[in-house]
Ligand binder design. Structure first.
Ligand code: LMR
Length: 337
């Protein structure tokens, strides 16, 4: 009787071991939440990562992409990532302040980058990597930077000179640098989740906003904004981030394939960003609903002069050394403005 029981026990143990092995090979799910439309640089890059992750892991990893704030709005999605409710996000660099990593707001400094090439000296260089490392103590791992593009200003009145924004209520992301930027123009900044902007513009809760055109067009903001000025006054891009305990706990072979998928998705993201914004600008133009204004070189210079003081004002918040290291990487010289 006793031997029989031991026999049953051994079978059960073997079964548990086998089940464990099978279990270890089960599909791994990654919930990737974001706030923009699929048809944007970030939406397309998330989709590319989903495809590559499946292909490189022979379908072991299933990335589920939830666009358009379907699961969470801006602030909630960062909390959800830390709690492990979702595993992956790509928030704009302007949204890390509430998490306690305010240094990312350096990317919001007006006219810090003239073009993507200058920006990439930072995002692909040591300064960018050091910034991502600051996320680790928060239980978050920074995997990559994905581009969107340069922001334009929109409103229901024509914005030609910095003074034209005086008294306008302008929706901004949560960054204190963006708050200072709008105040430098005499505007009233209002922090608001991205998912709420269309309605706020429609109902007049805010008068205007700023975003790269791809975000503007895919949220149909052209329906509710009469004018857009091509100021290119600041950059908007993303840090792709994951829940660190989740990532560290992945089987090593899976993790390395996902790293490869992320590297390839990043190349794709940063290749399409400019053309996606150019396409969106053309679509806004075609819609005939928002009038597009451009700045002559002297006018652009006057915008730069009006906004450059924000760099100095914000040095105590984001670190004078960090700002200097970006100036050095890009060759930016504020004295030249
Ligand atoms: C915004 O809130 O305006 C942007 O950060 C949205 C996004 O993720 O591009």
């Amino acid at each position: 009787m006793r031997a029989w029981r031991i026999g049953i026990g051994a079978v059960a143990l073997t079964w548990v071991a086998l089940w464990g092995t099978a279990h270890a090979a089960e599909t791994i799910h990654i919930k990737f939440s974001h706030v923009v439309a699929n048809d944007t640089p970030k939406g397309k890059a998330a989709e590319k990562f989903r495809e590559l992750a499946a292909s490189y892991t022979n379908d072991r990893v299933k990335v589920e992409v939830y666009p358009n704030s379907q699961l969470f709005k801006d602030k909630e999605e960062l909390e959800a990532l830390q709690m492990g409710t979702v595993q992956m996000l790509a928030p704009s660099l302007a949204k890390f302040g509430p998490l306690g990593v305010k240094e990312f707001e350096v990317f919001d400094l007006p006219y810090l980058f003239e073009n993507y090439e200058q920006l990439h000296k930072v995002t692909y260089g040591p300064v960018g990597q050091a910034l991502l490392a600051k996320l680790s103590p928060k239980g978050i791992l920074g995997l990559a930077y994905w581009d969107n593009g340069f922001k334009q200003l929109s409103a229901n009145r024509p914005i030609k000179d910095p003074i034209d924004l005086k008294g306008q209520k302008m929706r901004i992301q949560s960054s204190k640098v963006l708050d200072a930027q709008m105040r430098a123009l005499g505007a009233n900044p209002q922090v608001m989740a991205f998912s709420e902007v269309y309605q706020a513009l429609q109902t007049g809760v805010v008068d205007g906003t700023e975003n790269p055109v791809s975000n503007f067009y895919t949220q149909k903001m052209h329906e509710v904004q009469k004018f857009m000025t091509l100021t290119d006054h600041g950059y908007l891009g993303y840090a792709v981030i994951v829940n660190k305990p989740f990532w560290d706990g992945l089987p090593a072979d899976v993790r390395s394939q996902l790293e490869r998928a992320m590297a390839d998705a990043t190349v794709f993201a940063n290749q399409i960003a400019k053309q996606e914004n150019d396409k969106a600008l053309e679509a806004v133009r075609q819609s005939g609903k928002t009038q597009i204004l451009t700045l002559s070189p002297p006018k652009r210079a006057s915008w730069k002069r009006a906004l450059i003081k924000v760099h100095e004002e914000m040095a105590s918040r984001i670190g004078a050394e960090l700002i200097q290291s970006i100036y050095q990487a890009t060759g930016f010289d504020p004295a030249r403005l």
